[in-house]
Design a binder for this molecule. Structure first.
Ligand SMILES: [Zn+2]
Length: 489
């Protein structure tokens, strides 16, 4: 087959996300689901070890969280769903099967609307179902340098949900933005921490390439082993390029599974269609089918919070915030809540923008510096309000407030901290006068410039005077005093 001229290629991407449900116990037993940091094989019992005769019990909280996710994604909740055994052999799977859902999942259909590069996009949701996690293999070198593999079953039976999206995504960037939006929603509704580094949010991608004129079509390739949003984007970009080159030079794309190799920046073939598993699904005989009633669903529907995108739009509309600030404020539910507590119901645009500035620039900056979790700001709503009020009232200058911010104690009001650190505004005309006199003596050229008609030179003199008061003099007072003295001589 010879190389062909193709006008344009199109990329088709569908994502499958596995999210760990935020519950106290595992999916089918009472073991703790909080396994990180526990010594290997300590959070286990006969059920999650798959010992003969041990019987599973369905975790109600996990089902509720997955239902809530379905509702947030506009899914249908069928009146009846069931659990199935997915059979395969692997050392991290003690039962020899995983209890999952096959043909009758918990939630069916739905859609997720998000923005990618400022453009609204909607992606269909195929299904949301519950299942359990496997154990973990740890590979290391033994004392004689031999390769050994250890099995840790703490994760075995931890509740997962799988969210399968329709192949509606058209670029790696869109795939990344879809994942970010989905993760935000899961965090908003408390269904999952969405922590990718800890494996609480994992993504597999299906990607295929076709010529827009229909002349060339590649098979669907599944990409695995992507452990961050950036890895997803990079892996898909690599794969998009690889598939286009193969097709454009007359090759074919076989249906296969490929793994992303982070440090080499490539995908490599793991298995082809011929080696694909036949999981021999059959209904789980130890768990009854699950009837989902209106009594179960309606309280969840009523409890659904306002979701990030809607909240961002409301912040723009109701408070007059710039969209970028509104997006930053609504990225985490706790921070959006804090903002609303600070500004109250009807703040007016100026006050809302002021509060948004403090939170987005100063508090989030400090949050990053301190390595705090994304939902935790260094100050409470009461503290933020006190700080803003004090600055507005002139009790603390803007400059002193920036110096004060990192030194405020965890339960301390900013005004108290300013008093403790001697950062309250100067209410002492003599000190301001003395600082003005010193400044005028120290910067004769600026004084000459000002008197010679370069009125802008006063800016330098104001700044130098404030510096001499340790940032505590109020700029309006300093300016008035300077103008007075400069007019005198
Ligand atoms: Zn257990």
């Amino acid at each position: 087959m010879s190389a062909r001229e193709v006008d344009r290629f199109e990329t088709v991407i569908g994502l499958e996300v596995h999210a760990q449900l935020l519950t106290r116990s595992k999916m089918y037993c009472g073991c703790s689901a909080e396994y990180t940091g526990a010594p290997p094989n300590t959070a286990i019992c006969p059920v999650c070890l798959g010992l003969p005769g041990a019987l599973p019990v369905l975790n109600q909280a996990a089902v509720q969280s997955a239902l809530l996710t379905g509702l947030a994604l506009n899914s249908e909740v069928p009146a009846y769903n069931k659990l199935d055994r997915k059979n395969y052999v692997y050392p991290d799977l003690p039962k020899g099967y995983q209890i999952s859902q096959y043909d009758l999942p918990l939630c069916v259909g739905g859609r997720l609307t998000f923005e990618s590069e400022g453009v609204p996009r909607t992606v269909g949701i195929t299904r949301v179902h519950v299942e359990e996690d496997t154990g973990r293999l740890v590979h290391r070198q033994g004392e004689q340098g031999e390769e050994i593999s250890l099995v840790d079953l703490n994760r075995s039976g931890v509740p997962l949900m799988e969210i399968v999206g329709e192949p509606d995504l058209r670029s790696p960037e869109e795939a990344r933005d879809y994942l970010i939006a989905l993760r935000q929603i899961l965090r908003y509704i408390g269904a999952s921490t969405g922590n990718m580094e800890e494996g609480a949010f994992r993504c597999d991608a299906n990607i295929s390439t076709r010529a827009t004129d229909g002349s060339l079509v590649g098979a669907k390739v599944e990409v695995k082993n992507m452990n961050s949003f950036r890895a997803v984007e990079r892996a898909l970009r690599y794969e998009e390029q690889r598939q286009r080159e193969v097709l454009a030079t007359g090759g074919t794309i076989p249906q296969e599974t490929r793994g992303w190799v982070e440090d080499r920046g490539v995908t490599v073939s793991q298995r082809t269609k011929e080696q694909a598993h036949d999981y021999r699904y059959f209904p789980e005989p130890d768990l009854p089918p699950l009837a989902v009633t209106d009594e179960m669903v309606e309280p969840l529907r009523r409890g659904l919070p306002e979701l990030p995108l809607a909240r961002r739009d409301r912040f723009v509309e109701a408070f007059g915030l710039p969209p970028e600030d509104a997006a930053l404020l609504t990225g985490e539910r706790e921070i959006a809540d804090l903002f609303e507590q600070v500004v109250g119901a009807n703040p007016g645009t100026a006050a809302a923008r002021r509060a948004a500035n403090w939170i987005v620039n100063d508090l989030m900056g400090l949050q990053r510096q301190r390595g705090l979790p994304p939902e935790t700001l260094p100050l409470s709503a009461v503290q933020v309000r006190d700080l803003i009020d004090a600055v507005e009232a002139g009790e603390i200058t803007g400059r002193a407030a920036k110096e004060l911010l990192p030194q405020i104690g965890s339960h301390e009001l900013p005004r108290d901290a300013a008093a403790r650190l001697n950062l309250l505004s100067l209410n002492d005309a003599d000190t301001v006068r003395a600082a003005v006199d010193e400044t005028l003596a120290a910067f004769p050229e600026a004084v000459a410039d000002y008197r010679g008609g370069k009125k802008a030179a006063i800016g330098r003199l104001i700044g130098e005077t404030i510096k001499r008061t340790g940032g505590r003099a109020r700029p309006d007072e300093v300016r008035a005093r300077l103008e007075q003295v400069l007019a005198e001589a």
